[in-house]
Structures are given as structure tokens and as C-alpha cells.
Design a protein around this ligand. Sequence first.
Ligand SMILES: *[C@@H]1O[C@H](CO)[C@@H](O)[C@H](O)[C@H]1NC(C)=O
Ligand SMILES: *[C@@H]1O[C@H](CO)[C@@H](O)[C@H](O)[C@H]1NC(C)=O
Length: 509
Amino acid sequence: MMGNQFFCLKLLLAFYLSSCHYVSVAHTENSFLPLKAVNLGNWLVTEGWMKPSLFDGITNKDLLDGTQVQFMSTKLQKYLCAENGGGDVVVANRTKPYGWETFRLWRVNESTFNFRVSHKQFVGLEDENGGSKLVATSDIPTNMETFQIVRNDGDPSRIRIRAPNGLFLQATGETLMTADYEVSTWEDSWEDSDPSVFKMTVLTNTVLKGEYQLTNGYGPDKASKIMRDHWNKYITEDDFKFMSENGLNAVRIPVGWWIAKDPTPPKPFVGGSLAVLDNAFTWAQKHGMKVIVDLHAVQGSQNGQPHSASRDGYREWGESYIPDTVATIDFLAERYANSESLIAIELMNEPQGVNLQSLKSYYQAGYDAVRKHTSSAYVIMSSPLDRDPKVLLPFARGFSGVVMDVHYYNLFSNQFSNMNVQQNIDYIKNHRASELASLTTSNGPLTFVGEWSGDWKVRGASKKDFQKFTQAQVKVYSRATFGWAYWAYKGDSNYWNLKWMIENNYFKF
Ligand SMILES: *[C@@H]1O[C@H](CO)[C@@H](O)[C@H](O)[C@H]1NC(C)=O
Ligand SMILES: *[C@@H]1O[C@H](CO)[C@@H](O)[C@H](O)[C@H]1NC(C)=O
């Protein structure tokens, strides 16, 4: 009896192993799965909220790319408005500021800017032949759309705007803004009655602080040193040693599209990050860890977020960007295909508001680009933030060696505002667990909780509360077949800093 049972078991096991081997011939890395990983966030793609001091040395650091501003004529006590949101004149007849009265900055240098209106045109002078009327009709910023903001020394919110013809803007009347006001150097009147004086409101809650703002804020002379210092100090080989000694077996490394153009990426991005990524692979290998290369910032921006390196918060990635984005993936796959540490390439982080058909075309082409160079690396597809996470499941079933990435934060939505400790934990145990289970299907892609954190909206929580919350998450997310990755390894805020959490005994797994 016993012998017979044993034999059956052996047969079954042999059959199981050989069939596994057959279907997943390309994927011999499975002993690392499910991954226990951490995101090296704010390293090769910077995010100001994780380390605000990076921005400290920028002149006029409240006026970064994408910052939204409003201008009120002190004489008329009315706001500047791009009539119809753009494609029309600029007037000064609005008593309250809304979207049409709000302008997004494109920074040329510390005092010179383009103003982008809500329908995406730029404010400029009507024509080059002496016309001084202000309009918002150009789709690209040329010299005629470039203005200098001159701030009052005593009150930096009182400004004048110098137009490209060298003269200042004035509210000639409520329905006419012209660039024909001369301010003599000896006259420094900032009276309310002066038609060239405006009160500038910076919408501080709109300020973007990403890699674009950082590098363009410092400008070409300073950005290179700032970035190199940051790359060299933020993550070092010691960190890989620490991660590996503490039981983590992989890192997810966000990268930006410009890394493929190294060493001379388009401005304002700074060259040199590719060598840093090379180092990460070397260190990972030395300390027995795997690397996920995550294309986090995609040309054109796939979500308008600062972490996509968006210039001004508009999402512009779409069909026309597919070839360039595939080329970036092709470059990364070719470079790291033969590294023992490469476990996966993620095609695009957190698409939001992109056309689903374009996303699928891109995922198909990106998958093919990876497979050109490696049959063993997994290909990760991030599920679009603005859709049901199951939307790509049928599509993803058509590939082998594919992973679906979902991000789970008990934040960024009002539903978490009033949840207490237990309700947060229950949400993980119930809602997250069942969603993850529904995504994890036997003939479908592997599943990955590629971002999550121990932070939440509960205020005044105790250490024990945090421990319970992170442990509940680890327990559920460990059921993801590809594993999980904490956001992030390092950051000024403790609960976004896995190193701190581990050192202070907030985190066990
Ligand atoms: C900023 O750019 C403008 C336009 O190119 C130029 O005239 C000005 O000198 C620059 N200012 C600084 C501080 O670099
Ligand atoms: C502002 O001026 C424009 C241009 O003359 C006009 O079409 C619009 O109706 C005015 N709006 C208000 C609120 O006065």
C-alpha cells in the first residue's frame, strides 16, 4: 500500500515537474517568486515630495514648470483670462479666477516663462510686425510667446510682465491687453493704479515637483552636478547589502525614457543615469538580488503626474508616442537581457486616462521588443489606474511570461478618509484580497502588487497599529504570484522608507 502510494506520488510529481518545465521553459527564475521587493523610488526618477530639499537651491523655486498661476490687474481688480480657454484674445474682465483664468508655466529660465492656457495654447503677441495685442493662439512657444516676470522686491506676488518686444503688458481696458507700457528705470512705482502691475497668485496645491521641474529649475549649468550627487548618495552598494541581509530578494527600479538617450538626453534631463543603473545590476548580482526595470516616466507623460516627469501636468502620451516608447524598451531589454539579475521589464508605470486600444498596441509591441532579446525575463503590464483592474486580463492571457501589476494604497481617495485602524485592516483582508484573487487566474498572467506602503490616513496611530497594518498587507500581497514591492526604500517620511521601518521594527515579513 505504502509503496504503491509513494510510487503514484512520484509519478504525479514527475509528471507535474515535466509539464511545468514544458510550459514555463523560458522561466527558470521561479525560485525567487513570489518576490519580496522594494521600489528604489526617487532615485533615477526624482519625486520632490520624497526629498523636498533637492529643490532648495533653485532660484524662484515657487515658479517651476507646470505651476499654475493667476494674474489680477491691480488697477481693474480683474483677472486675466484666455477667452474661451484658448484660441482667442486674452482679456482682463473676470472677477473670479477659474480654469480660463489660470496659466501653466513653462520655465525658460529663472525669470522667463511661457504661459500655457487650459486648451493648451500659449499666450503671445498677436503678430511680429509691431502688433502688441495679447492672444492665446500658438500651439508652440516661440520667442513671441516668451515673457519675463519682474517681481517687486518687497512683495514677490506683485509683478510686471515684460513682453518679447521689450515692453510691459498693461490692462489697456477690460477687453484689451497690450504690450506697450514703458517703465523707466528711475520710475519704480508699484501703485495699484498702475495698469502694468499685476497680483500673481501661485496655486501652491498644483505645484509639480518631478524630474522635469528639478532639472529645468536648476538649469543646464547646475542640474548635472545636483543629479550626479543625488544618484551617488541616495542608493549605494551598502543599501543592496542591507536589503539582501534583511530578506528582500528584488528591487523595482523606476527609470525615465531619457535614460535610453544617455549620455546626452534632451534638455533639461541630465546624462549619467545609465551608468548608475549598470551599477545597480552589478550590486544586485553581488548580493543575490533580482532587478525589475520599470519604465516609470514615459515620453509625453502617461498620467500627467510628476513621477512621469510631466512638464505641466497634461497627459500627452498616445498612439504617436508608441514607436519611441517601444524603442526605449528595446534599448533596456537589449542592454540587460544577459544580466543574471534581470527578472522583469515593466512596460509603463500607472497609465491613466490613456486610450485602451493604444495601450494594448503598445503592450503588444513592447512585449515583442523584450522577447527579441530575452525569453526568460518577465514582461510586466501595469493596469490602468482609471479602469477596472481586470480590464486587461483577457488580453494578457495571450502572452507567456507576463505579469499584471496593481498598486494598492489606502490613500488618494476619499473612501479612506474616515477609516479607523481596524477598518483599514479589514479593507486589506476583504476588498484587496478578493480583488487580488480575482486577478490571479490559473491560465492568466502572474500578479504583482508593484507598489504599496505603510502610510494611511489614520492620524495618531501607534507603532502597534502600523505593525498590524503592514503585516495585514504583507500577508495578503504575498498571495500575488509574482510578489510585492514596497514603496519605497528611502524617503524623508518614515512610513515611505522601508529601511527605517525595518531598522525600527515596524516591518516583518
Ligand atoms: C532668460 O532667458 C531670456 C530669453 O532667452 C534671456 O533674455 C535672459 O537673459 C535669460 N535670463 C537669465 C537670468 O538667464
Ligand atoms: C470679456 O470680454 C470678452 C471680449 O470682449 C467678452 O466676449 C466677454 O463676454 C467678456 N466677459 C465678461 C464676463 O465681461
